[in-house]
Design a protein around this ligand. Structure first.
Ligand SMILES: [Zn+2]
Length: 585
């Protein structure tokens, strides 16, 4: 699977428009989602590396798309915890939110089946509320056998609206509680009573319990203490009432909690330390109308499914419409500085070359030159090009179009171009002069380099070509993306000749597999947008074509040159062959 870094942002853009929410995307060690309590934005964090991360990222977008509401989930957890006499409510919350994950994922699967297949593979064989619940829904063989008969309950939340959560979650937790009680009973009769304590304070109880039992649940226990002692601000607001009520029967609830935790640590649902990468956290708040939600909880499964399916259809329609449009979105994802390094030294054109080219172009200019057949193509022209460039021009000839031609020469201005820069500048100036009077041809020269975290790229004036300097890195993909946007709207036949001498880097000068993939992607984008792309790669030391050249530019698009002094001829040959084509048709 080819992985394009821009895909993360493009998908974000699409779903920003679909959901009407501002979605911030940033890199994080684990996957998480945060709802800004003032509803200004939703922040999704994820590692942004491989395909599994991408599937998890899409899962977060599913939460945004299908209306996950963290405040409502907490409200449900608090209510259900109270109704079922389960403490702490945060444990209940783990199951409620896991069911919400099942719900949104089931809808997302209808949208992107491939992504769902990948997501299913990320479900771990671990006995945590999240993995068990997702497993029951989508990967039952990853769930312990004794839990598998809970599947019908979990499946009920699939393809439903958010208002089915209360019913299903209560059902799920009631059953879980029952199972715990059964097991507790079994254990009581089968084992000693050493765990029945009489602590004075809940905190001590927690601590000793943890130490006596399982060190693995330490994390969980400490979070329970946090819950009881210093609840985070937003949660405290929502739950203070419940907390107060709980205090009256604190001792009794503590006992329930003990068994809950104890069972967690034994057979039913132990809380293992969760791997940071697997954790999927909800944070933040979303305001909502509590009364309205509560009323909607009364709808039956059928109505709930109808609502969810209607929502799904609306999303599908928007996806179709937007992805079509976004495909042409060329928004640049990096800083661009429109400038090039200049110096005092002055390059001049090569008078002999200028004269030769002028004569060549004017010979064809305006003349109704007829090319009899593809095979017999203007032998003199080809021969000329061949002599001039020392290469076979045939492969570059384009027989299809009669429109005008825009020729773009793109010069890599990174440090190492120093040796050939003057020669290239001279060739550029000669071509420019020779083409001055040729109306059918537009000739442009761009220079680019990476410098201080931005791409410096600019269409060069004649004066700039004369004073061209070089200094910096080689962000070829980014430069090509920028130039692609500049060529948009030019209806001519377009020819782009990239002259570079090194492996592409990112803006900061780092080389990696990714920059090569990105370069290839950009070259292909240019081609898709109607620009022919050829690359001249200067490899003074190595005669053999390095693999990255082929990978970045494709086997046919790259021309490697070992001797820098032939570069000028090749550029001239390529440009001349295309110019003549444009003039003679
Ligand atoms: Zn989720």
């Amino acid at each position: 699977m080819e992985f394009k870094p821009l895909a993360w942002y493009k998908l974000r853009d699409v779903f920003e428009k679909i959901t009407g929410k501002e979605i911030h995307l940033s890199r994080g060690d684990s996957t998480s989602i945060f709802w800004d309590p003032r509803d200004r934005y939703i922040l999704v964090k994820c590692p942004m590396i491989g395909a599994y991360d991408y599937a998890r990222y899409e899962h977060e977008l599913a939460h945004v798309t299908f209306g996950t509401n963290p405040s409502y989930l907490r409200n449900l957890a608090v209510r259900i915890a109270k109704e079922l006499d389960l403490v702490p409510w945060t444990s209940v919350y783990d199951y409620v939110s896991a069911l919400e994950c099942v719900r949104v994922q089931s809808l997302w699967a209808e949208l992107y089946a491939g992504s769902h297949t990948l997501f299913t593979k990320t479900i771990k064989k671990e006995v945590t509320p999240l993995d068990v619940t997702l497993g029951l829904a989508f990967k039952p063989d990853a769930v312990p056998t004794e839990l598998q008969n809970l599947k019908p309950i979990v499946d009920r939340i699939k393809h439903k609206s958010v208002w089915s959560l209360y019913d299903v979650a209560k059902d799920y937790l009631t059953t879980l509680k029952l199972r715990r009680q059964e097991r507790e009973q079994q254990q009581k009769t089968g084992q000693n009573q050493g765990q029945s304590q009489q602590q004075n304070t809940p905190q001590q109880q927690n601590t000793s319990q943890t130490q006596q039992n399982v060190s693995q649940s330490q994390h969980q226990d400490s979070s329970i203490q946090t819950q009881q002692q210093s609840t985070p601000q937003t949660q405290q607001d929502k739950t203070s009432q419940t907390q107060q009520q709980n205090n009256t029967g604190q001792q009794q609830k503590q006992n329930v909690m003990q068994t809950w935790k104890q069972k967690d640590a034994t057979t039913l649902l132990p809380n293992q330390d969760k791997d940071a990468k697997q954790r999927h956290t909800f944070e933040g708040d979303t305001p909502y109308d509590e009364d309205k939600y509560k009323e909607l909880e009364d709808i039956d499964d059928k109505d709930s499914e109808d609502m969810a399916m209607q929502q799904l259809e609306e999303v599908k329609a928007k996806v179709r419409e937007l992805t079509e449009r976004e495909r042409n979105d060329k928004r640049l994802m990096f800083p661009v500085t429109v400038s090039v390094p200049l110096r005092r030294r002055v390059a001049t054109d090569d008078p002999e070359l200028t004269r030769e080219l002028t004569r060549l172009f004017s010979r064809f200019k305006g003349s109704n030159y007829y090319v009899p057949s593809e095979q017999g193509t203007a032998i003199d022209v080809e021969g000329y090009i061949q002599r001039l460039s020392g290469t076979n021009a045939e492969q570059w000839l384009d027989f299809k179009s009669r429109s005008r031609l825009t020729v773009v020469v793109v010069l890599d201005l990174s440090d190492s171009m120093e040796d050939v820069l003057e020669l290239l500048a001279s060739v550029g100036l000669s071509l420019r002069k020779a083409l001055e009077g040729v109306k059918a041809i537009r000739f442009k020269v761009y220079g680019y380099r990476g410098y201080y975290g931005s791409v410096h790229v600019k269409e060069l004036t004649e004066d700039e070509i004369r004073h061209l300097g070089c200094m910096g890195t080689t962000p070829t993909a980014e430069a090509l993306e920028y130039i692609d946007t500049q060529l948009e709207g030019i209806a001519d036949r377009k020819l782009l000749i990239l002259v570079t001498d090194g492996e592409p880097t990112d803006i900061r000068g780092k080389r990696s597999e990714k920059t090569i993939e990105l370069t290839r992607y950009r070259v292909n984008q240019l081609r898709q947008h109607g620009t022919q792309v050829f690359t001249i790669v200067l490899l003074p030391q190595q005669k053999e074509v390095q693999t990255w050249v082929k990978r970045a530019f494709g086997p046919e698009g790259a021309y490697t040159v070992a001797k820098p002094d032939t570069v000028g001829k090749i550029v001239v040959g390529m440009v001349a062959s295309h110019v003549i084509r444009a003039l003679t048709y």
